[in-house]
Design a protein around this ligand. Structure first.
Ligand code: ZN
Length: 490
């Protein structure tokens, strides 16, 4: 039983009118509307404009002082890992690989996949991320896949299951009768609430064993998502092999795409593929420098993602903020290395909001369905409004406010497919207690499997020693409390 019932005024079937918002439509034909209204009827956005007449049976949501924007789209999130939220906060990428790929990935059971997915799915819609690609590489067999689907179907968000198995060979599992039966079982009729992709990496092996997996994707008409350009893991060879064998198509998502050369970026650009940037991830795990500054130069369509809550935040405010900052950081670094000064930022707040909305929709082939507040599109809508927050006024730069000022605590109302899933800052129709219980059981189980000592060691990897630079200055005389007189030693 959902713990939070739908408030009476939001009875399904009634039209919904958002009144007097700062509307960031992300539709170039509509632009930004100050004092704008958005009318939702059924699953769709019916009208966007000013002073729209309210249908007689409409519920009116006063959006005064708020920002209304399209639901955000995350194109790469290992949702199953949310069960160990925050566990890897101090990891590097190699520690992540050792933990999941070599040692402990195999201990996760279908119910653990379910638990992580359930919590992650709730976290996504709570933060206004209405569409999430579940990059699900913990699926040891299709029983795990069933659990992943069950969790995604239990939460009223829009999802894409990117089916993967980090312990298996993709050319094998993608062609197994079990997997084909799984696809028939859950995806015989495709809908835009739960999509399917194949998730696997291309190692760069000259034999290109991944061919069989790409062939399976082609046969099943499924997009492919792949970790590409990951320092120490995947590189230009993988891209070259995909190119030479004819598998670089517009349906491919290249995740990270940091550690690549010009040739690979040009191949991605030429083939119409898209890149999913996970800036927080790349900055601290070490896949390479977050590549937005490169992608802009090559004209590669971009979307944003959070990667995994085992380290990072599960909201796209963080992704937008980190991406904009990393891009500018790079520009300054490059310029200053050449003794120059950046006087104009190339990347703007508006662009990262676009990547977080339309960019994701494009990557998923849903540009005509979601990603902007456009009449006729599905109603995935987010209202940022927080009358108790001193950070929600004044709103003078709409995009800058979303990127640098707002946060998930300001997500007031969320609609997915026209359905209210969050209202007045609270999830509705979602059984949070169930997710908490399921995740609690997974933590207890994993902790038991690892043992207390390993559990603690994995969470607190050793810190390499930092050699202090010799300092010719010393503090030798002190006056009062903490006030030092500095004297150079001769
Ligand atoms: Zn990833």
């Amino acid at each position: 039983m959902p713990t939070s019932p739908l408030p009476d005024e939001l009875t399904p079937g009634r039209p919904l009118l958002f009144r007097n918002a700062l509307v960031l439509s992300m539709d170039p034909a509509i632009g930004v509307l100050d004092g704008g209204d958005v009318l939702v009827r059924g699953q769709h956005i019916e009208r966007v404009g000013r002073d729209l007449p309210a249908p007689g049976d409409a519920t009116v949501i006063d959006a005064t002082g708020g920002i209304l924007m399209p639901g955000m789209v995350d194109t790469h999130r290992h949702m199953w890992q949310t069960a160990l939220r925050g566990f890897g906060a101090d990891w590097t990428l190699s520690q992540y690989f050792v933990f999941y790929y070599l040692n402990w990935g195999k201990i996760f059971r279908p119910e653990d996949i379910y638990a992580g997915n359930l919590a992650s799915a709730m976290e996504a819609i709570d933060a206004g991320v209405t569409t999430t690609v579940d990059w699900s590489h913990g699926l040891q067999n299709t029983e795990y896949g069933d659990a992943a689907v069950e969790a995604l179907r239990a939460v009223p968000g829009r999802f894409v299951l990117a089916y993967g198995n980090l312990l298996g060979a993709p050319w094998e599992w993608a062609n197994s009768p079990e997997f084909r039966a799984f696809v028939d079982r859950h995806f015989s009729s495709r809908d835009d609430m739960l999509g399917l992709q194949l998730a696997f990496d291309v190692t760069g092996d000259a034999e290109f064993p991944e061919r069989g997996a790409f062939e399976a994707a082609r046969e099943l008409d499924l997009p492919v998502t792949t970790h590409a350009g990951v320092w120490g893991a995947t590189n230009d060879d993988g891209i070259r092999l995909m190119w030479e064998h004819g598998y670089m198509t517009p349906e491919v998502t290249y995740v990270h795409a940091c550690s690549l050369g010009q040739d690979s970026y040009q191949r991605i650009a030429a083939s119409g593929g898209t890149v999913s940037i996970s800036t927080e991830s790349e900055q601290s795990a070490g896949q390479g420098y977050p590549p937005s500054w490169q992608l802009r130069r090559y004209g590669i369509p971009t979307s944003l993602s959070m990667d995994t809550s085992v380290w990072w935040s599960g909201d796209l405010f963080s992704a937008m903020r980190a991406t904009l900052s990393a891009d500018r950081s790079r520009e300054h670094l490059e310029a200053q290395t050449a003794r120059e000064t950046v006087v104009h930022n190339k990347l703007r707040a508006e662009q990262v909001v676009e990547w977080a909305t339309m960019g994701g929709a494009r990557a998923l082939g849903l540009a005509d369905v979601i990603g902007s507040l456009t009449p006729g599109k599905k109603a995935d809508v987010v209202l940022l409004k927080n009358d108790r927050s001193p950070a929600m006024f004044p709103i003078v730069h709409p995009y800058g406010h979303v990127v640098f000022q707002a946060g998930r605590g300001d997500v007031h109302t969320v609609l997915v497919d026209g359905r209210v899933v969050k209202y007045r800052n609270e999830l509705v129709g979602v059984d949070l207690a169930r997710a908490k219980e399921a995740v609690g059981a997974t933590v207890e189980y994993a902790r038991g499997q690892l043992g207390e000592e390993t559990w603690r060691e994995c969470m607190a990897p050793e810190i390499p020693e930092t050699e202090l630079i010799p300092n010719p200055y010393t503090y030798s005389e002190f006056r009062g409390e903490g006030v030092a007189v500095r004297r150079a030693e001769g």
